[in-house]
Design a protein around this ligand. Structure first.
Ligand code: FES
Ligand code: FES
Length: 176
């Protein structure tokens, strides 16, 4: 189990899942990591600066843009607002963990097929939000898709909508 650097800070709140040594245990893309540093470090910082999983992006840092969207126990959350102490004991998935060993996730493939990305900066977060939406609403309407609050400065929203609908169709076809 990889250890991550300690930065020495206040101890985690009571009830926070910890390793025996008092460090936090984090499960990210199926791997378990021990964090000895600040329990209030935002998960986004941990992913990018400690684990170098840089697919998850920093946009606003205040929960507004969605560039930092990851899944926490399968649900989309903004990693810039989530302290590592709150992520401990839950299963975190980042864009790097979405594909299987051999295949892209259907949503990733739909993004390619619809040529969604422009600059690309927001797109990892958009995809993570779309995967979460499709779990909740397998056949989302335009109104459902419009509820997504991830921002795109390049205005790729029409292609995002098309890609989500393409993925929904494909997911419907492959369901047992
Ligand atoms: S960086 Fe997290 S919502 Fe913008
Ligand atoms: S593709 Fe550029 S910000 Fe979304």
């Amino acid at each position: 189990m990889p250890d991550t650097p300690s930065k020495g800070a206040k101890p985690p709140a009571p009830g926070t899942p910890t390793a025996p040594s008092g460090t936090l245990e984090l499960t990210i893309n199926g791997e378990t990591y021990r964090h000895k540093g600040a329990p209030d470090m935002p998960l986004l910082w941990y992913l990018r600066d400690v684990l170098h999983l840089t697919g998850t992006k920093y946009g606003c840092g205040v929960g507004q843009c969605g560039a930092c969207t990851v899944h926490v126990d399968g649900k989309a959350q903004r990693a810039c607002l989530l302290p590592v102490s709150a992520a401990a004991g839950q299963s975190i998935t980042t864009i790097e963990g979405l594909a299987s060993a051999d295949d892209l996730h259907i949503v990733q493939q739909a993004w390619i097929d619809e040529d969604v990305a422009q600059c690309g900066y927001c797109q990892a977060g958009q995809i993570m939000a779309a995967v979460d939406l499709l779990k909740r609403k397998p056949q989302p309407t335009d109104a459902d898709i419009a509820q997504l609050t991830n921002l795109c400065r390049c205005g790729t929203y029409p292609r995002i909508r098309k890609a989500i609908k393409r993925a929904a169709q494909r997911l419907g076809e492959v369901k047992p």
